[in-house]
Design a protein around this ligand. Structure first.
Ligand SMILES: Cc1cc2nc3c(=O)[nH]c(=O)nc-3n(C[C@H](O)[C@H](O)[C@H](O)COP(=O)(O)O)c2cc1C
Length: 199
């Protein structure tokens, strides 16, 4: 698939078929993450890949418990997530995901978030180009300082001087793509001659 087509067609998908991500496709997607740009070419972003259902179920349980303990304004993404975790015990954040890629990087490095986002985005586009679907999942970032979350991530390869910066769920879509894309908000592109951008 053409790169422009993959970028413009990509949609966030949250429900997946019960099929694993083929090893070759997963390998290509991860390679695209490794080849993302990074500040000063530091290449500090690393990726923890979870596919084992038992491991994903355990993570889901830890996330549900940790999220439900958070008190935050329900108008904010984290507050909304916390309220939902309290209302719907065992909310399926991660346990039905065919593959979860967790981006970790040096905690105090200035470009860690930007580098991780570049890598996650490269992988979203690569997944789309390969006929797979994905969605960024931010719960682990919100919960990054919770000891249970850190202990889990360290068990699966995060280093003590690293934090989690985001995660990506990947699989074959089980969703109908019949919801039209939200129109792009106006005023987001400004040209130096004052012209307006039109689609
Ligand atoms: C930084 C970031 C965090 C996100 N966090 C979540 C999340 O925790 N859960 C989720 O379902 N979607 C999450 N998303 C996906 C957005 O909801 C999605 O990109 C947006 O609704 C636009 O839809 P589209 O990706 O189909 O264009 C996140 C996206 C980004 C870029």
């Amino acid at each position: 698939m053409d790169a422009i087509e993959a970028i413009l067609n990509r949609r966030s998908v949250r429900n997946f078929k019960e099929m694993p991500v083929p090893a070759e496709e997963l390998h290509t997607i991860l390679k695209c993450g490794l080849y993302a740009p990074s500040g000063k070419n530091c290449q500090y972003s690393r990726f923890i890949v979870l596919q084992d259902r038992t491991v994903l179920k355990e993570l889901n349980q830890i996330v549900c418990e940790a999220l439900s303990e958070i008190e935050a304004d329900p108008g904010t993404p984290i507050g909304f997530g916390a309220a939902r975790a309290r209302e719907r015990k065992g909310y399926p954040y991660f346990d039905r995901v065919p593959a979860l890629i967790i981006a970790v990087s040096m905690r105090n490095y200035a470009t860690s978030m930007a580098n991780s986002a570049c890598a996650l985005m490269n992988m979203q586009i690569a997944a789309e180009a390969l006929g797979l679907s994905s969605c960024w999942r931010n719960q682990l970032r919100w919960l990054k300082d919770m000891p249970e979350i850190r202990a889990f991530l360290v068990r699966y390869g995060m280093r003590e001087d690293e934090d989690v910066f985001g995660s990506l769920q990947i699989g074959y879509s089980a969703e109908k793509q019949d919801v039209p894309r939200a129109p792009r908000k106006p005023g987001r592109i400004v040209f130096d001659d004052g012209q307006e951008w039109k689609e």
